[in-house]
Design a protein around this ligand. Structure first.
Ligand SMILES: Cc1cc2nc3c(=O)[nH]c(=O)nc-3n(C[C@H](O)[C@H](O)[C@H](O)COP(=O)(O)OP(=O)(O)OC[C@H]3O[C@@H](n4cnc5c(N)ncnc54)[C@H](O)[C@@H]3O)c2cc1C
Length: 510
């Protein structure tokens, strides 16, 4: 197979983490970096650049929807949205920007991720090039102001103007977002890390419309190159002199490892993939935030004033002894009710909705492949609501009740004509749980599938330096390395992980 090029560092996946990594690794002249990205550049596509247009991205040619396997206790119709474009999901997400709570990072350390605690990781928040600001006054929707006031009264929680400069406990308010209010431009990883250097940094190549199909690992178990499929369908090799860093996200990073023969030996054999290295943790420990849905007929349309359309939140602890919220309830301006509609519930016009999510879910799933064919979709089993103590189900039901309480309270109450889903007759816990689980969605926060762990932890995929255990010259830096899910929306944490990964790589090879 023809070799296309060779670089000191090859970053595979130019998404939220990969864009940060490529920019940081290439800011030294004497190092060459190749960034392999499956999709195209976002640079001239306003759907990707303007935050308000993100729902159009979900309908676009850049969008991937990965189905899941049958979910006995959750919704089997969930499609996991992924963006195949420079900036990855940060080019089509809501850019809700939360610094991770210190408690979450402490938990990472307790799970073996030495060096990833609050003292080491939080300083990287200050280094982010991301423009994080509260929803601008001009973008504050009057309906959301009323929901915020109602939530503060109903739940006895404070209204917060900022979320990232103090510990995250209970509160409600407009969010902080990664965006530029004067232009409406999103502050994606691509916009802030790659656009400023894309045409001027000669030691960085953006290798676009190029998909990694397999890693080339030699007999000494060193990752040497990536086999890629170019836009014209040809197969080539791109070589790495120092290291390959995978940043394809929590679904496609384990998928690429598995297609390369790195993963649980038995699963690989079942899939017909020759085993290169038996690494049991690959694809395991899949974490995600499941979110419920509650829909009301509104007495009036909420209007179009918005930053992203998902601009406000209610964060609640179920118990005062908890150090971080159990429920994060998003308050969108649009109603995404495909799952309740599928069950025959008609969404009226106008409508409003809320989506309470389980902030610290305990259920764990997995991602794997059923075939050596890279064209076949990955197999995803979230195993939502399967934790033995029933924590996730109980929190989901509590979140649905909380949303109802807020809607019954002024000044939100005067917007509401009637509850249409689940509907006022659904009151008992088991009824509420059954409907909420049948129609829940994902907040698209998949992570944890190649988790960091101690050197001697057989379930860990990478060590605390993010090196793939048992393979030289290969690291991972994206959402898949999270030991557990963050309480909050994860994109900021992912970029912080990438910032730190760049430091780890540079210090090792200095
Ligand atoms: C619709 C939506 C809304 C969201 N809203 C928010 C939000 O408001 N706030 C928040 O914090 N989080 C949000 N998230 C989650 C967040 O955006 C993601 O968790 C995060 O962006 C993932 O970052 P990543 O670097 O791990 O992967 P990604 O950003 O997905 O990057 C992976 C990149 O790898 C590329 N790639 C994949 N496979 C290959 C391959 N084989 N070869 C070459 N390239 C490959 C992809 O094209 C992509 O560019 C949202 C997610 C979605 C989908």
């Amino acid at each position: 197979m023809e070799t296309l090029a060779a670089y000191d560092y090859l970053v595979v996946g130019g998404g939220s983490a990969g864009s940060v990594l490529a920019a940081r690794l290439s800011d030294v002249d004497d190092v060459s970096v190749g960034l392999i990205e499956w999709g195209v550049s976002d640079q001239h596509d306003e759907r990707a650049l303007l935050l308000r247009r993100w729902p159009e991205m979900l309908e676009s040619e850049h969008h991937l929807d990965y189905p899941c396997v049958e979910q006995p206790r959750g919704n089997s119709h969930i499609l996991q949205a992924r963006a195949r474009i420079l900036g990855g999901c940060s080019s089509h997400n809501g850019m809700i920007a939360f610094r991770p709570p210190a408690r979450d990072l402490q938990e990472w350390v307790e799970l073996g991720a030495r060096g990833w605690g609050p003292a080491e990781l939080l300083p990287y928040y200050e280094r982010l090039a991301t423009h994080i600001v509260p929803v601008a006054p001009a973008h504050r929707n009057p309906y959301l102001r009323d929901v915020i006031d109602a939530a503060a009264t109903a739940l006895a929680i404070p209204v917060r103007e900022r979320w990232n400069n103090e510990p995250l406990v209970d509160g409600t308010g407009f969010l902080e977002l990664g965006y530029y209010p004067s232009t409406g431009m999103r502050s994606s990883a691509s916009v802030d890390y790659l656009h400023p250097i894309a045409d001027t940094r000669m030691n960085l190549d953006l290798i676009l419309r190029t998909r990694a199909r397999r890693l080339v690992i030699d007999e000494a178990r060193r990752a040497r190159a990536v086999e890629v499929e170019c836009d014209d369908g040809s197969l080539r090799r791109i070589e790495a002199r120092h290291e390959i860093i995978l940043a394809c996200g929590a679904i496609d990073t384990p998928r690429l490892l598995l297609l390369s023969g790195v993963g649980p030996g038995e699963e690989l054999r079942d899939a017909g993939v020759p085993v290169v290295h038996d690494l049991p943790g690959v694809g395991r420990n899949l974490c995600d935030h499941p979110e419920g849905l509650i829909v009301w007929e509104a007495k009036a349309a909420v209007g179009s004033i918005a930053a992203s359309g998902w601009d406000a939140i209610i964060a609640v602890r179920l118990d005062d002894t908890r150090s971080a919220p159990d429920i994060l309830c998003h308050v969108p301006l649009m109603t995404f009710a495909e799952h309740s509609e599928r069950m025959g519930f008609v969404t009226p016009e106008p409508s409003v909705s809320m989506t309470p999510n389980v902030a610290k879910p305990r259920s764990r799933g997995r991602v794997w492949i059923g075939s050596p064919d890279p064209e076949r979709p990955p197999l995803i089993d979230y195993r939502y609501f399967t934790d033995p103590a029933g924590h996730d189900e109980a929190v989901l039901v509590a979140g649905m009740r909380l949303a109802r309480l807020v809607a019954d309270t002024e000044p939100m109450a005067h917007w509401i004509a009637r509850e249409v889903f689940p509907g006022p007759d659904v009151q008992a816990d088991d009824q509420l749980s059954a409907l909420a689980r049948a129609t829940h969605s994902t907040v698209y926060h998949v992570c944890g599938t190649c988790r960091i762990g101690a050197h001697d932890d057989p379930a860990a995929v990478v060590d605390p330096q993010l090196r793939v255990r048992g393979i030289d010259g290969l690291r991972i830096a994206d959402a898949s390395v999270f030991p557990t899910i963050t309480t909050v929306n994860p994109v900021v944490t992912i970029m912080m992980v990438a910032e730190r990964a760049a430091d780890l790589i540079r210090s090792r090879n200095a």
